[in-house]
Design a protein around this ligand. Structure first.
Ligand SMILES: NC(=O)C1=CN([C@@H]2O[C@H](COP(=O)(O)OP(=O)(O)OC[C@H]3O[C@@H](n4cnc5c(N)ncnc54)[C@H](OP(=O)(O)O)[C@@H]3O)[C@@H](O)[C@H]2O)C=CC1
Ligand SMILES: O=C1OC[C@@H](O)[C@H](O)[C@H]1O
Length: 362
């Protein structure tokens, strides 16, 4: 059997033909074999793409992707026809946040596995409904918080939780911020599209609080939060902060995000009883520095290198999970997504972040 024949083939269909999904496709198809763990076990094929607007939009999208590497997919302008294409195993959903739920529901009803971009759904009830639907049909679901699948994240998680390099974790402070002035056409400022910083950025900073504290705690944390709402689109948060207080762990975790400035150079700080680790970027860590309580010298952590952007790690995780007939990836349980969205729901209610009922509906 040749190397190619031994690989598990995952056939993709893509919904949401924006600049971001083109970036994702180009990264996955150019780099997936560089994944040291799963890269040799899988092959990805891009079978079809669908535009909600027109066939000519789908055709134009081909100019954004490297078809010499990804191949030339079939083009659709009808979701129904696209979802009934037997050559598609998994649908990658990269439309704005508010469309994730109906698109994911339709894909699961058509018998397709799904990889849904962050943030998975607008509320936890929608996520719960999708979980039930997927479980009934034995379909795989991945919430595309790609950070969770990066070797750098896994490395840091292991250093802290298994190797105990900074001792017991007492505080996590993580931020992902971008200076994003108001632009009316931008989905970030549109409640109909599920805009706002909680759903765009804080899903990443919250990941560190979840990995290092929430997932380690045996009891429900106390939750504090605040938001600054846009003066122009008052239902949208432009800066928010969530603090979880873990009485059992004697620890706190704070996740922040803002459209008012960029994050600092090191934007995740993990503190423990014996030192701290600073990480450069919450969504895609590439640098980490350890400061030990018993040493005056900081030490740079030799993190694994990420070739390309790194979206291919989540795509490969989807492939090996589907090959192994798993319904969720080992790195990111569905329970974690639902728990996160339950907390986000509380933050929305407390701080007046409101979306139209049409997009909150089940
Ligand atoms: N993981 C990451 O690093 C990143 C993830 N994202 C996520 O990707 C998703 C898309 O973001 P982004 O590309 O910026 O969004 P865009 O606003 O650019 O929309 C993407 C595409 O979705 C489709 N779309 C737009 N409106 C609708 C609609 N009403 N119904 C169905 N489809 C629609 C359009 O494609 P068409 O007209 O062809 O259907 C559009 O080009 C979001 O969930 C975002 O959070 C974004 C950036 C980075
Ligand atoms: O989804 C995203 O949006 C915000 C970016 O900073 C982040 O890297 C990206 O993954």
């Amino acid at each position: 059997m040749s190397d190619q024949q031994r690989r598990f083939v995952l056939r993709w269909g893509v919904v949401g033909l924006g600049a971001f999904s083109a970036k994702w496709i180009n990264d996955v198809f150019s780099n997936y074999q560089r994944d040291a763990i799963n890269g040799a076990a899988v092959t990805h094929e891009l079978k079809a793409i669908v535009s909600s607007t027109s066939l000519s939009k789908a055709k134009k999208f081909l100019d954004l992707i490297d078809t010499s590497i990804a191949g030339t997919p079939k083009l659709y302008d009808s979701y129904d026809e696209f979802l009934h294409d037997d050559e598609i195993d998994i649908v990658y959903i990269a439309a704005p946040n508010s469309f994730h739920y109906p698109l994911a529901q339709a894909a699961l009803q058509a018998g397709k596995h799904i990889l849904v971009e962050k943030t998975f759904t607008i509320n936890h009830e929608q996520a719960y409904e999708l979980q039930k639907l997927a479980a009934d049909r034995q379909l795989f679901v991945l919430h595309g918080v790609w950070t969770r699948f990066l070797p750098t994240t896994k490395y840091i998680e292991k250093l802290v939780l298994e190797n105990g390099v900074i001792g017991q974790v007492t505080r996590v402070q993580a931020d992902l911020s971008h200076d994003c002035p108001f632009v009316a056409e931008n989905r970030l400022f549109n409640p109909e599209l599920g805009g706002g910083v909680l759903f765009d950025n804080i899903i990443y900073s919250f990941t560190w609080v979840d990995l290092l504290l929430l997932s380690q705690s045996k009891s429900a944390p106390r939750i504090n939060s605040w938001s600054i709402l846009s003066k122009i689109v008052p239902n949208i948060d432009i800066s928010s902060s969530i603090t979880l207080v873990f009485d059992d762990l004697e620890a706190t975790g704070t996740a922040t995000g803002s459209f008012l400035q960029e994050s600092p150079k090191y934007s995740v700080l993990i503190e423990g009883k014996r030192g701290s680790i600073s990480i450069d970027r919450a969504s895609r860590p590439t640098k980490a520095v350890i400061t030990r309580a018993d040493s005056s010298e900081d030490s740079i952590v030799e993190l694994p290198l990420i070739d390309g952007l790194g979206y291919y790690y989540e795509a490969n995780a989807a492939a090996v999970s589907i090959r192994d007939k798993l319904l969720e990836p080992a790195e990111y349980s569905f329970a974690q997504t639902i728990r996160t969205l339950e907390i986000f729901d509380q933050v929305k209610t407390k701080n007046g972040i409101t979306y139209p009922t049409s997009i909150e509906r089940i």
